[in-house]
Write a protein that binds this ligand. Structure first.
Ligand code: HEM
Length: 453
């Protein structure tokens, strides 16, 4: 949609709380989703408010979300303070770049994440999941969240670097966790303290460990075969822009870091929540396990099998709806006037989009708190879901680069779990409360019961 064809501008300001927002900022930090939900309950689909020197607009409605992410993407950048915080780990990767630099990087990386390429990674995903699940043995209870983190890390290690051993796995997982906690704190401060500050020791150590690990992998590759491996690093080494230039060493490091971090953390969160949905809905789990059993029997899944398990795919759609790992998108800033919901947002406005709330809006999802995967079975007469109402991977040109990779990996891991085990809720176990720490996670480590099939 072109902004010039939109109806006339509503001269009034959207509703919202008054004041400079110091108290609201503190409340957001303590309970992000609860507070954004409360603003919209009070003021409606569009909420405008001030946070110190910034004017912030929060949107819920799918049409407004598409006006922003699809129609107005050229007038948006990501909130500078947010990207600054991410840049300490991600450098200038596609996740944080803007404008022409972003377009160039996205075009260079896109082929590595195409459905065809991702298909080629299925055997590596199968091996990583098989080994991870085998390590559970006959344990009656496992730390499911920890197991999913280890498994998705093993998948990305194989896909990115062709590495089957993650010797430092636990240290790396701890470093990723520490970085997330530090980042959540930094978002609420105008500047970050330098890394040498004594209270930054945790972030400093985490960054050093991750840098050494990623750079070590790249150096080892460049020293041996020059990158001629059929993995994501190999594809990145060979990627070229329109004028035939490749990524420089710094660019390679940054893209590898983003692929490693974005490529396992979110998927681990998604599989963790899916596990909870399965354990707490044993009848649906049994139906999905039957589907998996009838397609695969005892053999490992192949890329061609995945399309034959629609019930399994719908269970991901529904768990991603209820528990989207990217519960809130990166805040955006307007660089030019942008028209949304009939209002004109001046340049410099902040834009806040929260899929976790749009996903639980009864206008788009009947009985929104319930786990009902069949709602995505539109071929059987369930109503179409409005565009923009389901967006776990974002929307528009900056939609997740790894969405196909993620859904493929989830299918491979989940199918192999259900071939071997039934997941169940532990006696007296309460539903985990979601907590937003960069990704949406259970507020305490999620343990689940296992029974051999
Ligand atoms: C279930 C798993 C995943 C979820 C829910 C997810 C979600 C998202 C979302 C919502 C965005 C857009 C953020 C925004 O617009 O503010 C995004 C961007 C991105 N994701 Fe994912 N992601 C997942 C897995 C992956 C994987 C496996 C990879 C790579 C292997 C990946 C790489 C990226 C990259 C590079 C971007 C930035 C794209 C750009 O700005 O052009 N993601 N992801």
């Amino acid at each position: 949609m072109n902004t010039h064809t939109l109806p006339s501008v509503n001269a009034a300001l959207p509703p919202g709380p008054a004041g400079l927002g110091f108290d609201r900022l503190r409340a957001l930090r303590l309970d992000y989703l609860g507070n954004v939900r409360a603003w919209h309950a009070q003021y409606g689909d569009v909420v405008r408010q001030r946070f110190v020197h910034l004017v912030d607009y929060s949107f819920l409605h799918p049409e407004h979300i598409r006006e922003i992410l699809v129609a107005s993407h050229e007038q948006l950048i990501r909130w500078e303070r947010g990207t600054e915080v991410f840049a300490s780990a991600h450098g200038h990767s596609v996740l944080v770049a803007e404008g022409a630099a972003w377009k160039r990087q996205r075009q260079m990386l896109q082929p590595a994440f195409s459905p065809k390429r991702v298909e080629g990674f299925v055997p590596r995903m199968v091996e990583a999941a098989r080994d991870g699940i085998a390590a559970w043995g006959d344990a009656p209870v496992i730390d499911f969240e920890g197991a999913m983190t280890q498994t998705t890390m093993a998948v990305i290690m194989r896909a990115l670097f062709s590495r089957a051993d993650v010797q430092q796995g636990r240290d790396i997982a701890a470093a990723v966790h520490d970085l997330g906690i530090e980042a959540m704190k930094e978002f609420y401060w105008p500047v970050s303290a330098p890394l040498w500050a004594p209270w930054k020791a945790r972030k400093r150590r985490a960054l050093q460990l991750l840098d050494r690990f990623i750079e070590g992998e790249i150096q080892a590759r460049l020293a041996s075969s020059g990158g001629a491996q059929d993995d994501l690093l190999g594809l990145m080494v060979e990627a070229q822009d329109a004028s035939g230039h490749g990524l420089d060493p710094r660019g390679l490091r940054d893209e590898c870091m983003t692929t490693f971090l974005a490529g396992h953390e979110t998927t681990a969160a998604a599989l963790t929540w899916w596990g909870w949905c399965m354990a707490s809905h044993p009848e649906e789990q049994a139906r999905i396990a039957d589907e998996v059993g009838s397609v695969l029997g005892d053999r490992a899944p192949t890329a061609a099998d995945l399309a034959l398990m629609p019930r399994l795919a719908r269970s991901f759609k529904e768990s991603l709806r209820l528990y989207p790992p990217a519960a809130a998108l990166f805040s955006r800033r307007t660089t030019a006037p942008v028209r949304v919901a009939g209002y004109e947002l001046p340049p410099g406005s902040m834009i806040r989009l929260t899929p976790a709330l749009t996903h639980r809006d009864p206008r788009w999802f009947e009985d929104p708190e319930a786990f009902r995967p069949e709602r995505f079975d539109t071929a059987s007469g369930h109503p179409e879901i409005p565009r923009g109402a389901w967006l776990p991977f974002g929307a528009g040109p900056r939609v997740c680069l790894g969405s196909h990779f993620a859904l493929t990996e989830m299918s491979v891991v989940a199918a192999q779990i259900l071939q071997r085990h039934a997941l169940h809720v532990l006696p007296g176990q309460a539903a985990p409360a979601p907590r937003l720490d960069i990704t949406l996670r259970p507020d305490a480590a999620l343990h689940l019961g296992l029974r051999r099939r």
